[in-house]
Design a protein around this ligand. Structure first.
Ligand code: AMP
Ligand code: GLY
Length: 437
């Protein structure tokens, strides 16, 4: 099979690496890819938002299956444009991708499907949002546990978690008056702030059948101890100890299945990866958000643990016959991914530093270095982004996987490289809490 993967991050390197292992793969392209994907297949210099260019390439090369990594091309309608040309594609239509590209759309669907989520209100202008907050919390000093969210795509930055009234009003001002998020802030959602451990549950679906993947946990804050600004994700591990079989069943029955059914009923059938960002509250799991693609970096530890053929799975989902294949097999060993970043990330950062030690890291048993922001120049690998690498490892226990991943990190050098030192430590913390409860 001839396959095109769209994207250039750590997620796409992991997808390409896993697809490469399929005996049915004959040719693999990645658009635009990075230095890591170049050793799994052929990079094609077409950007992810160039829908016309991607469709033309897929047609010219008689691609059998296109696998879309990031949300941007999905929200631009790449799936629809490919389907029009009868090119098979793994990823939701533009209409279904609204689950991620519009928080208002997502909230309405959750309400309609009776899926547990934080109570919320939608506002189209800052004035009415401010009036609402002041009426609910008349005293300036009241604790104000609210979250303000810009409706549209804002690279994870359009969500402002607040405790004080001033913070809420400032968030409304940034979204609704200063237009910091542009058109993404034309509407905003104000919702109750929930408490509890966060977990990601991803499911592959063809719109009718779902295949739930093992649980994973992301680390969105930049610095150790979950401090500092939000990032795209500084590391992840799978599975999480908070996830029991019973809890997973509840999440499938009360969250994933009703959401998929509601999308189908609304004539926006969802095909692709449905990624639920959940909070495990005292009154059960609740949806914080849906994404419509693999998480990055959650994808990296998940695919390290996948033993079955990824191509079979994604093709069956694209063809609407997920019910006809065996459930995927997973390595019981935990996996973790530690993101190595450029100095300055998530603020402005330099690119172009030479990375050394990649081969040494890859030679450590059970370690795989996935590239994200890298490029090849004259045979050298240079930094080319904020999140540069995702050093991923399996281990006999989570502690052992962590040890392996950080051994990999230590082998790799470039000026200014840094990473969080505490990826997966939350697991031990949660385990202690569970033991006490
Ligand atoms: P989102 O992009 O909607 O997942 O939000 C990013 C992060 O904001 C989440 O990972 C949570 O840590 C936090 N968050 C979002 N919504 C809520 C909420 N209702 N209560 C508490 N934290 C939230
Ligand atoms: N890791 C979070 C995301 O992919 O959105």
């Amino acid at each position: 099979m001839r396959v095109l993967v769209v994207g250039s991050g750590g997620r796409e390197h992991a997808l390409a690496w896993k697809l490469r292992q399929s005996p049915r793969l004959t040719r693999l392209w990645i658009a635009p890819g990075n230095a890591g994907t170049a050793s799994e297949g052929e990079n094609v210099p077409i950007q992810v938002d160039d829908v016309k260019g991607l469709v033309a390439f897929a047609k010219k090369e008689s691609v059998d299956l296109v696998i879309v990594g990031p949300e941007l091309p999905l929200s631009l309608g790449l799936t629809d444009a490919l389907a029009e040309q009868r090119i098979r594609v793994f990823g939701p239509s533009r209409a279904a991708a609204q689950l991620e590209s519009s928080k208002v759309f997502c909230k309405l669907l959750l309400r309609q499907a009776d899926v547990p989520t934080a109570d919320y209100q939608v506002f189209r202008d800052a004035d009415s949002a401010m009036r609402y907050v002041k009426a609910r919390f008349p005293n300036e000093r009241d604790r104000t546990p609210l979250v303000v969210k810009a409706d549209g795509l804002a690279s994870g930055k359009g969500v402002i978690v607040c405790s004080k009234r001033d913070e809420v009003l400032e968030a409304i001002d940034r979204i609704g008056r200063k237009n910091e998020f542009g058109r993404a802030g034309a509407q905003m959602v104000i919702e109750e702030r929930l408490e509890g451990p966060e977990v990601s549950v991803l499911a592959i679906t063809d719109g009718r059948t779902i295949v739930t993947l093992p649980s994973a946990q992301d680390h969105k804050a930049a610095y150790d101890g979950d401090t500092g600004p939000n990032t795209g994700g500084m590391g992840a591990y799978s599975p999480t100890p908070v996830m029991t079989e019973e809890l997973m069943e509840t999440i499938e029955d009360k969250i994933l299945v009703p959401s998929i059914h509601a999308m189908k009923r609304n004539r926006k059938p969802f095909r692709g990866v449905l990624y639920a960002g959940l909070m495990l509250t005292a009154s059960g799991p609740k949806v914080l958000e849906y994404n419509v693609r693999f998480g990055d970096p959650e994808c990296q530890p998940l695919l390290m643990r996948l033993k079955s053929d990824l191509l079979d799975l994604l093709e069956a989902a694209a063809d609407g016959r997920l019910d006809s294949i065996d459930p995927p097999e997973w390595d019981p060993r935990p996996a973790i991914c530690v993101v190595m970043a450029s100095a300055g990330y998530p603020g402005s950062y330099d690119s172009g530093a030479e990375i050394t030690g990649l081969d040494a890291a890859d030679q450590i048993p059970d370690v795989k270095v996935f590239h994200a922001g890298t490029k090849l120049q004259d045979g050298r690998v240079l930094t080319n982004g904020g999140r540069v690498l995702g050093v991923t490892a399996l281990g006999s226990s989570l502690a052992n996987a962590k040890l392996n991943a950080y051994k990999g990190v230590q082998a790799i050098r470039w000026p200014g490289a840094w990473c969080r030192k505490d990826i997966s430590d939350k697991a031990a913390l949660y385990q202690e809490q569970l033991a006490v409860d």
